[in-house]
Design a protein around this ligand. Structure first.
Ligand code: ZN
Length: 229
């Protein structure tokens, strides 16, 4: 792994045309539910440390040009493939908060497959979803706590957004109570106390828009996203 190239975590570096030559077959799913996709191996290696390792060196995959991902879902993989070729996260805007679940699942895929830029763009997408809907993803706390570590940017961001934008009236609802999980509650309380220490009791929409998301991104030492205009 010593020769591993630095993976892009911002859009400052773009893939070059020579990355669009070789093709790799990716088989997603198990047994009869397997579906095949064909990706440009240079392109997928440009963004993903997992594919980079699998497609270079002496791994079986690098010779057969077939990568099997039995534990991934077709839905998440398709979303990754769309992102790879369009630079966009293709999650439809809905009113029922389910978009959060899909973005969180894509972030987890990017985490497993070492794709820092996609992880970072999923972080941005969660923030944008909150600004759009002004609803926090309480319903998906279980998913977040099951699929992320305590230090994970996605977990920290969602906790910060819940701590900063929720108010007591929302916490009193029976549905919210039913969706809350104990580990998250403790993290939210700590985040609320920190906001108090910062003399920032409540985050308004304008505060959420202005957040420095690099705190939740994955970057090499010294790398930051460009300041939004
Ligand atoms: Zn950043």
């Amino acid at each position: 792994m010593a020769h591993k190239r630095v993976l892009p975590s911002t859009r400052n570096a773009s893939p070059t045309s020579d990355l669009y030559t070789d093709i790799v077959e990716v088989r997603v799913g198990k047994d009869s539910n397997t579906s095949s996709s064909y990706l440009h191996s240079g392109l997928v290696s440009f963004y993903s440390g997992y594919f980079q390792a699998a497609l270079s060196g002496n791994f079986v995959e690098s010779k057969s040009r077939v990568i099997e991902l039995p534990e991934e879902s077709d839905e998440v993989f398709t979303r990754f493939r769309t992102w790879l070729y369009t630079n966009r996260i293709d999650v439809p805007a809905r009113d029922d908060r389910s978009s959060y679940s899909e973005i969180i699942a894509l972030w987890s895929f990017a985490d497993r497959r070492e794709i820092p830029l996609l992880m970072n763009e999923c972080i941005n997408a969660v923030r944008d979803e909150l600004v759009r809907t002004w609803k926090v993803p309480t319903k998906y706390l279980r998913q977040i706590y099951d699929t992320t570590t305590p230090q994970a940017g996605m977990r920290r961001l969602v906790i910060q957004l819940m701590a900063g934008t929720w108010d007591a009236s929302k916490m009193e609802g029976e549905r919210e109570r039913g969706q809350m999980i104990e580990a998250a509650l403790w993290d939210i309380v700590i985040a609320v106390w920190k906001l108090k220490d910062d003399k920032c009791g409540r985050m308004l929409k304008a505060d959420v828009v202005k957040m420095d998301l690099c705190e939740y991104h994955v970057h090499e030492e010294g790398v930051r996203c460009g300041k939004p205009a």
